[in-house]
Design a protein around this ligand. Structure first.
Ligand code: NCD
Ligand code: ZN
Length: 351
């Protein structure tokens, strides 16, 4: 049960159903940020090279666990990166062995390290058929990559041209449409069968596309899918706070070094892990729905994935939370979401 006194918010320990933890120095810097607030996380496989085999996922899981303090209870849930040629048997074996929780579909070229993604979804019909049979979720980066489709329309067009026909072919396939950004996505997921759900990031609830152009070009508000118009943000806020179990928490925290963001060709991604729960709490409070945060953050995700709910709790305190301008280790500097702002809630503990 969540309890919300005026100055204290305690609820069942949450999970992050979509996060980028990277590797090497970045992993060492960011993994603890996610493990501090969340009991489990679905870890994206878009490394270079991508995580396409059971052995690679096992090794990556070990590196993640090695970068988190031993006393910290945290379970990374691994994903397989789908390519045109990935073997259905490898995917199914990884699932059976408890290594792959889900598969991730990146349309080739859609985003960071998506070059090896799927060029035509029909190429993976055999894999999708096997996943449907074994109840393994497909996590979808839902954007077409065609140069003639406007960047702001790529999600809606993907739903119409790729996702809807895919669900016709595989009506029992469990699908999470990741980091949704449009009213069209909200409507599609709401009206689809019970096997279709969506994650919503903290940042897409906070700003619309204007944030990228406030007085100049602002690379720290650039992510993919790119933020859309205000009416889309409003639809996302309504969905997240509705209590509908088809919508749950996935930060899409996607750290990039400062210099890679502040560049002539800046990387897409927002590093929200350090203040994820504080940011979601702000949105839910503004929508007068703090009592629904627990469902969104801690209940609907595990129910969809068929996993047990976490046992412990998290607590946020109403105390001014000055977000640092950068999170750094050695020469690596990453700007967090809400940098320089003062948030109303401060994450206190997870037990
Ligand atoms: C992600 C990344 O950098 O890996 N970037 C992002 O803007 N969200 C990839 C992704 O999820 O699109
Ligand atoms: Zn992502």
């Amino acid at each position: 049960m969540s309890t919300a006194a005026a100055d204290r918010l305690t609820f069942r320990s949450p999970d992050d159903w979509h996060v980028h933890l990277r590797d090497g120095d970045t992993l060492a810097l960011v993994a603890g940020q996610t493990a501090r607030q969340f009991s489990r996380a679905i870890v994206m496989p878009n490394l270079a090279p991508p995580v396409t085999t059971v052995a690679m996922a096992r090794a990556y899981r070990e590196r993640i666990l090695a970068s988190i303090p031993a006393e910290r209870a945290f379970t990374p849930l691994m994903t397989a990166y789908l390519t045109d040629h990935i073997d259905a048997g490898e995917v199914a074996r990884g699932h059976a062995e408890g290594v792959f929780t889900a598969c991730k579909l990146y349309p080739a070229g859609a985003t960071t390290n998506a070059a090896a993604g799927v060029t035509n979804v029909r190429h993976i019909d055999g894999v999708l058929e096997r996943m449907q049979a074994i109840g393994m979720p497909l996590l979808v980066h839902g954007e077409v990559v065609d140069g003639d489709i406007d960047v702001f329309d790529r999600e809606a067009v993907f739903i119409e041209r790729i996702l809807a026909p895919m669900l016709q072919r595989f009506p029992e396939l469990k699908v999470v449409l990741e980091h949704i950004t449009t009213r069209e996505a909200v409507d599609f997921v709401r009206e689809a069968g019970a096997g279709v759900a969506a994650t919503i990031t903290a940042h897409h609830l906070v700003f619309n596309r204007n944030a990228m152009f406030m007085g100049g070009i602002r690379p720290h508000f650039y992510c993919l899918p790119v933020a859309k118009r205000e009416h889309h943000r409003r639809a996302l806020r309504a969905a997240a706070t509705s209590g509908n179990p088809k919508f749950f928490l996935g930060t899409d925290s996607a750290p990039h070094a400062l210099a890679d963001k502040e560049s002539a060709c800046g990387c897409a991604g927002i590093f929200s892990a350090p203040v994820a729960l504080e940011s979601y709490a702000a949105t839910f409070e503004e929508e007068q729905a703090l009592d629904r945060l627990e469902g969104f953050a801690s209940v609907f995700g595990p129910r969809f994935y068929g996993l047990p709910l976490n046992e412990g709790t998290v607590t946020l305190i109403r105390r001014p939370n000055v977000v640092p301008e950068v999170v750094a280790s050695g020469s690596l500097r990453i700007r967090p979401f809400h940098a320089g702002e003062t948030l109303a809630w401060t994450f206190e503990e997870r037990d």
